[in-house]
Design a protein around this ligand. Structure first.
Ligand SMILES: Nc1ncnc2c1ncn2[C@@H]1O[C@H](COP(=O)(O)OP(=O)(O)O)[C@@H](O)[C@H]1O
Ligand SMILES: [Mg+2]
Length: 223
């Protein structure tokens, strides 16, 4: 099992229960969709899985390792090496070129800055269809191009797991289709595990399994 969540509970300061004894198991190479109304806890769940936040109680295992015993520092390097994030708004730095943005996650670690990384960035730029715009800044790019850049940035350190929070939410329909196809292709060809939060049934249907988050728990929706 790549990821196992057991009886996860989470509330914020106002004490309303957001996640309530939530369970989830994800195998390596699966692609999972999570849908649910605004405010139902989707982002909260992705933040926990991505170790950006910790649960109040419950257990999280990544490759059978209990994540609760990791220090914040250990979690930070675990996250940087193993997990790629794609958000609804691309979160690219406006003053950097697309190429520089993709390289950002490698800057924290000297051993990530070799020739191999430069080769990897070339391959990603080409695969994402960004060769022609690689030296432009986000303000000069379309929404779809920015989001593909964000996917390339998420992939630069070869994470096994991509967490995407409404990745097509700000895109037009065609760009949304293209981005979804790209994510599915990365899953099928490279075996990257995908957990995608989405409002779009078109996106959700392309995943292996679809869960709805309701009353703090995940419910598996019909095949
Ligand atoms: N940092 C926070 N502090 C307090 N409440 C929060 C915080 N983050 C989210 N919430 C609340 O938790 C609930 C779930 O939020 P979220 O996980 O962002 O939902 P979703 O992504 O499904 O829209 C919402 O009611 C939201 O207002
Ligand atoms: Mg959200």
């Amino acid at each position: 099992m790549l990821l196992k969540l057991e009886k996860i509970n989470k509330s914020y300061s106002n004490d309303r229960t957001i996640l309530d004894q939530l369970d989830l198991e994800v195998k390596q190479g699966e692609r999972i969709a999570i849908i649910g109304p605004s405010g139902s806890g989707k982002t909260t769940l992705l933040n926990l899985i991505g170790t950006l936040d910790r649960p109040d109680s419950g257990k999280m295992y990544f490759e059978n390792q209990d994540l609760s015993v990791f220090s914040d520092q250990q979690l930070a390097s675990f996250r940087n090496e193993r997990i790629g994030f794609v958000f609804q708004m691309h979160h690219l730095l406006p003053q950097l070129t697309l190429l520089e943005n993709i390289l950002l996650p490698t800057l924290t670690d000297k051993k990530l800055q070799g020739k191999e990384t430069l080769e990897r960035v070339r391959v990603l730029i080409s695969r994402m269809g960004l060769v022609e715009v690689a030296h432009q800044k986000p303000s000069e790019l379309s929404g779809g191009e920015c989001q593909r850049t964000a996917v390339a940035r998420a992939l630069i350190n070869r994470p096994g797991l991509i967490l995407a929070d409404e990745p097509t939410g700000a895109l037009d329909q065609q760009s949304a289709f293209n981005l979804t196809d790209l994510l599915v292709e990365l899953n099928e060809e490279d075996g990257v595990t995908l957990i995608v939060v989405t409002h779009s049934m078109d996106v959700a249907k392309k995943m292996d399994r679809m869960y709805k988050i309701e009353n703090g728990k995940l419910h598996l929706l019909g095949e």
